[in-house]
Design a protein around this ligand. Structure first.
Ligand SMILES: C[S@@+](CC[C@H](N)C(=O)[O-])C[C@H]1O[C@@H](n2cnc3c(N)ncnc32)[C@H](O)[C@@H]1O
Length: 487
């Protein structure tokens, strides 16, 4: 039996010996054998140019990834010295790790070290810590980091504060430390969740990532629950390879498979600038059609934020403000809009449901009666469109000075009906709905992301709106207008 197979058997035996609930506390999920082999195969370093190779596997578990990588390097005929360092701080798994590395050391002539201290706090990150360890940098880093949200007051989060925004997840702290430990020109391959590719929460991390690295490969798993054998990890998972260099490749290779047995893998090369946008969002596209959508949108040079057309979230959390909500129109009441009032591009209010009015003198609960575009914040996976909008025109509710919105609506305040129509054309088009789906895997419409999407100029959006006025508000009509304005 080869070493990787043996390592896999020992991993399965270990998994059976410790309850899943226990392992979950450390974010401990083990990489399936085929995935480990695939990850090892992604390194494209010319090993023969190195007298010595230094390997790092942080959060090594049973050492499966290290075994896969060393086997790959030796199978390429590399005869030089290999030193491998594994970090693992779970005492339960250490005997299995030791056993696997011992076997590997003997068979493949590898020098290994196991570090049982905390990978994130025992060494300094970016700024040098006085008493902290300085590791010699590594040529190759491989990893399946723990996936675990931690509080911002934990030593790990404090040690890496420059890349955190609120409570971080261990996986991207491990990733950032891996980059820190990488030599210039070195390569890192990690298996991670997909969540880091967009959104404000990961902005600092992405800035760090692209300050030091370029992306060369992405692998996506199309199924959410069949990546970690029997581990019921319900996460969108990807494999990423980055290189520590200032020079991006022309293309990023993006492959995908349904599950971790890779039986139906396919891959395409997509222009680097299409996958990594100027605002450092990452778009893991899987087809030429998706790439075309991206490049059409990414050619637009404005954003809603720049044009002072920020999308914001509705003001009212209804269960916290029961005392100001009313079922009937009483003196001084203002209309309160919910996402169920958005229908076929229009706002239908009132519809006879409870709490459609608000009576308050709290300014924070009210907004000016102006023209708006309303957008539902939540849609279900089954619904065809992610972006579902309604045009709110103040003239249709002219008896009110103020209105209010529940927090399951997002809104954009407009200074004319044309602009509200124009924003509707944009966000109700197939182009922007598809773009948003590629950007964000979740069903929630995140206003920070919408505000940073590339869009045409405000004038162009108003012109597009003028074209829609008087027509029906169908997606098809929006698409026809968009096709004339965005080539
Ligand atoms: C997701 S598991 C991956 C295990 C193995 N690399 C694999 O791919 O099968 C992550 C491992 O990181 C370890 N770990 C968690 N936090 C750690 C830390 N701060 N320092 C070192 N190891 C840690 C856990 O005990 C766990 O074994």
């Amino acid at each position: 039996m080869d070493l990787l197979n043996t390592a896999y058997q020992t991993t399965s035996a270990f998994m059976d010996s410790i309850p899943k609930k226990e392992r979950k506390k450390y974010g401990q999920f083990f990489t399936p054998q085929k995935t480990a082999e695939f990850m090892a195969s992604l390194f494209s370093t010319d090993f023969s140019k190195h007298d010595e190779l230094r390997l790092l596997d942080a959060g090594a578990g049973t050492g499966l990834l290290t075994v896969a990588l060393v086997e790959r390097i030796r199978s390429c005929g590399y005869q030089g010295n290999i030193t491998t360092i594994c970090y693992e701080n779970d005492l339960n798994v250490l005997p299995v790790l030791r056993e696997n590395l011992e076997r590997l050391g003997k068979k493949s002539n590898v020098t290994y070290e196991i570090h049982t201290d905390n990978y994130l706090t025992s060494q300094s990150f970016v700024q040098k810590g006085l008493y902290k360890k300085e590791l010699r940098p590594f040529d190759l880093v491989i990893g399946n980091p723990p996936y675990l949200k931690i509080s911002k007051d934990t030593p790990e989060a404090k040690a890496m504060a420059e890349i955190c925004h609120g409570a971080p997840n261990l996986y991207f702290l491990f990733w950032a430390m891996g980059i820190h430990n990488l030599k210039r020109g070195g390569e890192l391959v990690y298996i991670i969740p997909r969540s880091w590719t967009s959104g404000a929460y990961f902005e600092r991390f992405r800035r760090f990532l692209f300050r030091y690295c370029v992306i060369t490969n992405i692998h996506l798993f199309r199924s959410r629950d069949k990546v970690f054998d029997g581990e019921s990890v319900l996460q969108e998972t990807m494999i990423i390879k980055v290189k520590k260099t200032d020079f991006p490749p022309q293309y990023i290779n993006i492959s995908s498979s349904t599950t971790s047995d890779f039986h139906d893998i396919n891959s395409i090369d997509i222009d680097y600038d299409t996958v990594v946008s100027p605002n450092q969002f990452v778009f893991p596209v899987t087809s030429i059609e998706e790439a075309q959508i991206l490049s059409r949108v990414n050619r637009q040079t404005n954003t809603l934020e720049k044009d002072n057309l920020r999308m914001r979230t509705g003001l009212i959390v209804d269960f916290r403000t029961r005392d100001v909500l009313r079922d009937d129109e009483v003196s001084g009441a203002c209309p309160l809009f919910y996402s169920h009032h958005i229908k076929n591009g229009r706002i239908h209010w009132p519809v006879g449901k409870e709490a459609e009015y608000i009576v308050t003198d709290n300014d924070g609960y009210l907004q000016e009666n102006s023209d708006y575009l309303f957008v539902k914040r939540f849609t279900s996976k089954e619904e065809k469109r992610r972006l579902q909008c309604g045009i709110y025109l103040k003239k249709e509710f002219s008896q009110y000075k103020y209105i209010s919105t529940q927090n399951k609506i997002n809104f954009i305040k407009c200074d004319s009906p044309e602009l509200a129509y124009g924003l509707y054309v944009l966000l109700n088009s197939t182009l922007y709905d598809s773009y948003y789906r590629i950007l964000n895997g979740s069903t929630q419409v995140n206003s920070t992301e919408i505000n940073l999407m590339p869009v045409p100029s405000k004038e162009a959006i108003s012109q597009m709106g003028k074209e829609l006025i008087g027509m029906d508000l169908s997606e098809k009509n929006c698409d026809n207008i968009i096709d004339r304005w965005i080539k």
